[in-house]
Design a protein around this ligand. Sequence first.
Ligand SMILES: [Zn+2]
Length: 575
Amino acid sequence: MTSFRWLSASAIALAAVPLSAQQTPSFDTARIARHVQTLSSDAFEGRAPASRGEQMTVDYLVKEFTAAGLQPGGDLVNGQRQWTQKVPLLKSDLLSAPTVSVVTPTGPLNLAQGEQIAVRSPTNGQQQVQLNGAPIIFAGYGVSAPERQWDDFKGQDVKGKILVVLVNDPDFEGGEGQFGGKAMTYYGRWTYKYEEAARRGAAGVMIVHETDPASYGWATVKNSNTISMFDIVRQNPAGEHTPFESWIQRDTAVQLFRAAGLDFEQAKQAAKRRDFQPIDLKARLNATLNAKTEVINSNNVAAILPGRTRPDETVIYTAHHDHLGIGLPDTNGDRIYNGAADNATGVAHVIEQARAFARRPRPQRSVVFLVVAAEEKGLLGSEYYASNPLYPLAKTAGVLNTDVMGVNGRARNFTVRGSVKLDLIDRVVAEGRRQGRVLTPEPNPGAGSFFRSDHFPFAKVGVPAISYSPGNDLLNGGVARGTALAADYTAKRYHQPDDEFSPDWDYSGMVQDAQLLHRVGYALANSADWPEWAADAEFREIRQQSAAERGGVAPPPSNVPPAPETVPAPQGERG
Ligand SMILES: [Zn+2]
């Protein structure tokens, strides 16, 4: 790769702006704490998209970026950059709890919202959904992957039917197979299951929740699916969404199968095989959903430090500012989903990163601080940016995303979401080494975390983009304590009202991470480098088109076919 012109030129540029260790800026933990505490306070009401809390968040960010000396980097209106990029969203709210019942061969089964089932408010363009006796079939993993010779539908017409499907990939439990083993492909994502069902004209989907393959418990499913639903505004929403999108508890699935004289576990084993045939569950679904829908404007916030010599080229720091807002109460009656770790910490990082950049000699390239909206509704702010870029994607050298920073002190390691290979990661590893720290591969690639944060919409369009995550090998307590704290967070706070600020948090690790990310971004912004995906990375092909647009010498086309992960657009998750 070093034979390419733009890479050798970059080596010279790097050498021209050496960074000594002394130049690494310091980060102020008191300021970080103030940002996290303010943004996650009850006054901000959980920062739901387009809420009063979002407006307070936007105002806070504008105030901080202005004070830091940055310029507005958002929408161009009459030749003037605004601080925000408007993000039009379709918002859908159930007006009342949906009534859902299943007629089975052994009698009726009532499914209560939040208990046995979590039904999403429809985003298929309908406000009223009435299903009367829709046949229910088990469609295995709901996957149609011709290039992997895998088809769970076997030509069966599923129009007007309800599909019961399993989450994750068919080879998740076995650990090896057609779908990368434990690592999740896009076929394993629940968003994919909904999209495939919509492409086939199904009436709806019931995804069976199992904690291991889903990677989170029922509380997370319930809290993420029984509140307002959002999508970016689409031309043909029915092509992307069925009228009835839901998850059901595993016990409910077991009952449903038993009523048809079937064993759920046996059916699941059958679904792991290529010769799986859809199974008629001999049941029918009746459901009534009443929703109101509206188009609302959420906002990305963008600040820019214009580049000294090549301002049209950018390095972007991202973090999502939204969280889940006000929702169902927990056992203590708390209804505000404060989102302190997720992602007031990431926002605090971007604010302080912006300050750090503003206090140094301006880099050659522009640096954009993009605080995106509606991540929790399906990466919608970053998806919108990737579809409507404020700065050319072909000239975006890299995206460094932070979604949940460390608050448990310094760590000997750090991680990056997913298992992709990318020059940008090599740079992170090199800077980590300078700090005496190492990259630890993601412990749980089966959770599909690569598809679950704001770097992904950028990666999908070829822009080198990573989500950096704190390490778990803590100086105080090692991996044992780090793992225990992470498990405790997932069980008790992740996407729950208890993700709240604590005065006891230790930001020393976050400072170290900020310094590492600063050095990576500053060096990239002062170079002519275009980090590249590895030869077997699924996002390489599309990036080569960008290289051609830039007038660079594109690497020869790789023989690796684009992976299916890049084909369907993600509809939602929960970072
Ligand atoms: Zn998040």
